[in-house]
Design a protein around this ligand. Sequence first.
Ligand SMILES: [Zn+2]
Length: 259
Amino acid sequence: MILSFIPKFPTLNFKPTRGIYAYILMFILQGGSLRGEFVDATPFRDAVKKTRCKEDSKSSLLVDDLGSMLKQKGFNHYGTETLYSGYLGVELKCEIFMGPVYYQRLRHMVSDKFQVRSTGMVDQVTRQPIKGRRRGGGIRFGEMERDSLLAHGASYLLHDRLHTSSDHHIADVCSLCGSLLTSSVLNVQQKKLIREIGNLPPGRTPKKVTCDSCKTSKGMETVAMPYVFRYLAAELASMNIKLTLQLSNSGEGIDSEGV
Ligand SMILES: [Zn+2]
């Protein structure tokens, strides 16, 4: 708290972000408020008046007009005041330009805006987090955000956000036909029963999934991918378009190819 010699309590150090000139003008216009008069607060009024009436050289400066008004009420001509420290009671070395100011509080509050999520509801179709602050959804990480992370070289973060923490899915892909959609789960119990009835020695535990198209489970591989990619393959299949994956261990070959 800084105290003025004249009983007056400045409550805040005002930091305007826009309309700077108009606010400064309003400080000087406290002369008008002291006299109970309406004062023209148009910014650059003086400059406009000068350009319009070039011949009228007698036109006084705006600061002189307002300064004399302040002086009549015992204030400094330029609107500055000597202030005293609220802690020590000593006079501040510099004079402070101060005055009354009218301002409006911004009605946007952080408590109404903040959005945070760790885990929560997911969309049933895409298995990605749902949207909407009210429902505890996530914030959309769109194409522009993706470009931003790529530009920063933060590709692992990109993978974490868009895959690991989103719709991570392990799909069974047939490496023989490259199909993502033809896998089906084998009934292992039934196979065991058939072997026991036929007095056959217990064989190697068969793979749990098989390819319905190739009628074998030999080429079945597990591939981690976003679930929406599987959904895309299903959507394309509904339009009679086959999506074929070409699997390779080294990662050097072509991983996927739409056919
Ligand atoms: Zn197959």
